[in-house]
Design a protein around this ligand. Structure first.
Ligand code: COA
Length: 388
């Protein structure tokens, strides 16, 4: 397998972007990443685009071709493929591009992630997101994503004495990190009391335990490591990549407080990188709900099973803790445009490893991990990156 590096990154502002179209968002993120990398259109061998549900959110399918067109590349006839795996669509696109370079088929690949979720109303967004659950066994009976993660939270609280305060601390931390990220949807501090007293969504989760409904796009340029000298982009190497699947429905799992797909994808990535969890300097994990961050730090081996809540209380995961988690603000505060999220996580890790994360920069960060989940854990992708 050939080594692969990220040599360009691009991000739009995340939020309610009423004055920008799906096409404009993808073109903005893509052109920023391409400019940052120093590649020209003729250097690009392929494009992969992650989008979960563009058909339902904006009435647009055939997104692979649309993105190549919107980027001004239709005349170059670059192969462009849309990849879907619910909220992990962006990471799956990245992994497809990574594998195509590692295998020797391509040298330079552009990865995009895009979702424009606010053009439909709140209940239509909830219904669309629920298509990532099991239609027959879950969504048909009315369960929503907040509802599924509320069940995980309840069980975690029951088994490990995790508290609502532990959940609230995740939200407070990620909102704090978001204040230092100009691209984040929410750039405001919240207190524990605000989180605890927020509007109930699905017991025990309140508004501040949930990621929001977000518009946004992200893009990265990947390059074979033996060709990075041909381009001006500052490289960060992908040293481990893992992907795993699990039952689509939550009730099929052996234990709903563990996302086995995260455990397996993490092990695969650590093995390839020849690293262990304690070697990671910072992580972007999939905090679609506060409980999801607590489960993720356990599933990825950063803390023992059941000790995620305590780790947050002990400030291990804060920006000045021993393992900063979600320095970007995470899905909670940066926002969660589902198809874009996995690519945006790579943008944040790359910024950190290049020393370009401004006020939220982690000193001497060398190894970063990105963890992206589809649905309630039926798909998971973990990537480990190293600064060069
Ligand atoms: N966190 C913090 N604030 C939020 C928020 C969130 N998740 N969602 C909305 N808000 C704020 C809005 O900015 C708005 O503030 P304002 O009154 O100052 O303008 C206010 O709350 C009401 O916003 P609104 O859009 O009416 O909220 P809503 O009730 O329609 O939606 C949720 C709230 C929690 C239902 C929605 O954000 C949601 O569905 N989140 C989960 C998304 C999801 O499932 N993603 C997939 C994960 S696997």
């Amino acid at each position: 397998m050939r080594d692969v590096a990220v040599i360009g990154i691009g991000l739009t502002k995340f939020g309610e972007l009423w004055d920008q179209s799906f096409r404009q968002l993808t073109a903005e993120a893509g052109s920023k990443a391409i400019l940052d990398s120093g590649v020209g259109g003729k250097d690009i061998d392929a494009m992969y685009v992650g989008s979960m549900s563009s058909g339902r959110f904006v009435g647009q399918e055939h997104v692979g071709a649309l993105v190549a067109d919107a980027s001004g590349f239709s005349h170059l006839h670059i192969p462009s493929t849309r990849v879907e795996g619910a909220c992990a669509s962006g990471s799956l696109a990245l992994r497809e591009g990574y594998l195509s370079i590692a295998s020797g088929v391509n040298d330079v690949v552009v990865i995009g992630g895009i979702e424009k979720m606010n053009d439909v109303g709140g209940s239509a967004a909830t219904e669309t997101l629920a298509t990532a659950a099991d239609q027959e066994w879950e969504a048909f009976f009315g369960v929503t994503f907040p509802g599924l993660y509320a069940m995980i939270a309840k069980r975690h609280m029951h088994e490990f004495k995790t508290t609502r305060e532990d959940l609230a601390r995740v939200a407070v931390k990620n909102h704090h990190n978001g204040t230092m990220n100009p691209f984040a949807q929410y750039q405001k501090e919240i207190s524990i009391d605000t989180a605890l007293n927020a509007t109930p969504v699905a017991e025990p989760l309140g508004l501040m335990d949930c990621s929001p409904v977000t518009d946004g796009a992200a893009a990265v340029v990947l390059c074979a490591a033996d060709r990075i000298g041909d381009f001006s982009g500052k490289p960060v190497k992908i040293i481990g990549s893992g992907q795993a699947s699990d039952t689509l429905s939550l009730h099929g799992r052996r234990d709903i407080t563990t996302l086995d797909a995260s455990v397996h994808a993490g092990k695969m990535a650590y093995k390839q990188a020849h690293l262990k969890p304690s070697d990671i300097n910072l992580a972007e994990v999939h905090d679609c709900f506060t409980i999801a961050e607590i489960c993720a730090i356990e599933d990825l081996g950063f803390v023992k099973k059941g000790e995620g809540g305590k780790a947050v209380e002990n400030k291990i995961t804060t920006i000045d803790g021993s393992l900063p988690v979600n320095t970007s603000g995470g899905l909670k505060s940066k926002g969660h445009p589902v198809g874009a999220t996995g690519v945006a996580q790579i943008v944040e890790i790359t910024k950190q490893l290049r020393g370009e994360a401004d006020k939220r920069q982690i000193k001497d960060a060398r190894i970063g991990l990105a963890h992206n989940v589809g649905g309630s854990g039926a798909t998971c992708v973990v990537n480990i990156l190293e600064g060069m």
